[in-house]
Write a protein of this length. Structure first.
Length: 354
């Protein structure tokens, strides 16, 4: 350790040759040559001060739930584990909650439901950390993250300063944001502030699976906890637990097609489900396309497509990142050949062949 490092009390431990299989929910085997776990925002400043970011281009890792590691990583891995849940502002109707980037997303959803704060109950059981939520602009069952964001703080690794981003500065779109594009690899989100409702919260059960659940369970006036329990029940029935069967959740985005292609598909497949987005655009469930192409429940070696949800690729044990990648490529080719639709990965594909 250098003298500069000894004089940096907030400098995190820098480890070598760390097994990443426990840090990615697909459970693929990969190693990081250099691994640093960040537990406070101050540690990022210390890394900047010793020239870490000017020397390296690290990969920022949250919960590892939305990535496919194709091989070992030579670039340093920064695991963001900043904790904390704090109410920073409160009125009669609203509350603003500041959450550390390392907090497990489902934990903050559970916390908000327990405190009867509305706004993110539809986003229960989405894997990953809170810091990754704005990057992906996570969403489910009619609600998206950008609807609750008040502001966020991020560390600029090129300038060594903390910056505040307001919602309108984030370029949010469907599963997309400025952090996946212009600021990719340049900033690290350290905390997120969300505005949640204490009163007059508009419950959202417009999504057919939620409305069906309420009817089936004879719930005529659902509250926050009812929606939360419904989402947990639905997701548990469709998606495997990563601790039992390695997966990265939804592997592909739901494709958006134009009026012409949609009409052609509708003519050939009258039962095709779709969502009219307006402006001659239609969203089609990727899971339906994959299932119709014959991939649901199909296993190839150590990799397969989940039997209950064709949108999920699973690792039955011992799969390499490249095996998962090749499985995904074959699914894309099948769907393109059958429907003329290009599926785009929702997961981030990281690293080279090992």
């Amino acid at each position: 350790m250098s003298k500069a490092q000894k004089n940096a009390p907030n400098l995190p431990a820098i480890k070598k040759n760390v097994d990443l299989s426990v840090y990615n929910t697909l459970g693929v085997n990969a190693f990081a040559e250099t691994f640093v776990e960040i537990k406070s925002a101050k540690e990022l400043e210390e890394l900047f001060n010793i020239g870490f970011f000017s020397k390296y281009k690290p990969f920022f890792l949250g919960g590892g739930s939305n990535i496919l590691l194709k091989g070992n990583l030579k670039q340093p891995v920064l695991k963001i584990s900043i904790p904390g849940i704090d109410i920073i502002e409160e009125t009669n109707s609203d509350v603003i909650v500041k959450v550390g980037a390392g907090v497990v997303w489902h934990d903050i959803v559970s916390w908000s439901v327990k405190h009867k704060f509305g706004g993110i109950e539809n986003l229960a059981l989405i894997p990953g950390t809170t810091g990754a939520a704005p990057i992906q602009n996570i969403g489910a069952y009619g609600v998206e993250f950008d609807q609750v964001l008040e502001k966020l703080t991020a560390f600029d690794v090129e300038e060594g300063v903390f910056k505040t981003f307001m919602p309108e500065e984030c370029d949010f779109a469907y599963r997309d944001s400025i952090f996946k594009n212009e600021y990719r690899g340049k900033i690290i989100i350290t905390d997120v502030a969300m505005r949640l409702k204490k009163k007059s919260h508009q419950i959202n059960i417009d999504y057919y699976a939620l409305s069906d659940y309420m009817k089936l369970n004879d719930i005529s006036n659902p509250g926050i906890s009812d929606v939360f329990e419904a989402v947990v029940s639905i997701r548990t029935s469709k998606l495997p637990d990563p601790s039992l069967l390695g997966n990265a959740g939804s592997f592909f985005k739901n494709p958006i097609v134009n009026q012409s292609l949609y009409q052609s598909l509708k003519d050939n497949y009258p039962a095709i489900p779709s969502y009219d987005l307006g402006e001659n655009e239609f969203k089609i469930p990727a899971g339906w396309l994959i299932e119709q192409a014959g991939w649901k429940g199909k296993r190839v070696g150590n990799v397969g497509t989940y039997k209950n949800q064709a949108l999920v690729i699973v690792n039955f044990g011992g799969a390499t990142g490249d095996e998962v990648y090749q499985h995904a490529i074959k699914i894309q080719e099948s769907v393109r050949e059958k429907f003329g639709v290009d599926l785009k990965p929702e997961v981030n594909i990281i690293g080279n062949h090992s």
